[in-house]
Design a protein. Structure first.
Length: 255
């Protein structure tokens, strides 16, 4: 027991792990000073507590949240968790409030609730962008491959959309920065961490289609009305390295 002394909580960085922290501090009335992933390796200045992940406990907390909260409030927790900002402590406060008094989650004057809401909005905006910015290329085995480089970990949020669009196709979406791969095949959707990836080359017709798309993109513009500022507002430079129309040559599955 840590009593009323603030502690630094360390966990494995998983969503289930965060839910297990919420269960632990609720049961033992623990005051949390900070929440960090064990991968960071930083030694806390105050007392520390390592919380192990128990999937059964996480599912129990998840069921309570689904019962107490609206659909969007539940999604807000997941979206904020996927933010690159790592708003673990505000998220933990948000979950605590959701377990005790869900009506308080509408109080945007609470800094923790506001931080979670804003983080979730950033992730939601980038998810929306990735749905439009992902460029699939046809491979030799007739599967399709796309590379993305988002700021936030939105890859888990893309599968449902593209499964509806391409239900009968095998396809992959690769998060370049996090080296994670979203796979859709006959078994369903899976996400894997990858250190290297061996994929077939581009289908011969793919080179032609990419050139056609680049030619169309260049020719459809009216030179006298080009506004690079407006272009960047719609398609920021940050994302263009993975988009066919903004690269020289063909986008290939080489990673």
């Amino acid at each position: 027991m840590h009593g009323s002394h603030p502690v630094a909580v360390v966990f494995d960085g998983s969503f289930d792990g965060l839910l297990c922290i919420a269960d632990r501090i609720h049961d033992e009335n623990i005051v949390v000073e900070s929440v960090t992933r064990c991968a960071t390796g930083a030694r806390p200045l105050c007392d520390s507590l390592t919380v192990s992940t128990d999937v059964a406990v996480a599912r129990h907390i998840q069921q309570i949240l689904h019962k107490n909260l609206s659909g969007w409030q539940c999604r807000r927790i997941l979206y904020a968790f996927l933010a690159d900002d790592e708003v673990y402590l505000p998220l933990l406060r948000y979950i605590q409030i959701g377990l005790k008094d869900p009506e308080q989650l509408d109080d945007i004057t609470d800094k923790h609730i506001r931080d979670v809401t804003e983080a979730a909005q950033r992730v939601a905006r980038e998810r929306h962008r990735m749905l439009g910015f992902a460029r699939f290329a046809r491979l030799l085995d007739d599967s399709y491959f796309a590379v993305i480089a988002p700021r936030h970990d939105v890859l888990p949020l893309l599968g449902g959309h593209f499964r509806q669009r391409f239900p009968d196709r095998h396809w992959y979406i690769y998060d370049q920065g996090r080296r994670t791969l979203l796979i859709h095949d006959d078994t369903g959707l899976t996400i894997e961490k990858v250190t290297s990836l061996s994929l077939p080359g581009l289908h011969p017709e793919e080179y032609r289609y990419q050139r056609l798309w680049q030619t169309f993109f260049d020719s459809v513009a009216i030179g006298e009305r080009v506004s690079y500022e407006r272009q960047r507002s719609f398609v920021p430079l940050f994302y263009r390295g993975c988009m066919t129309e903004f690269v020289d040559g063909a986008l290939t599955p080489d990673i």
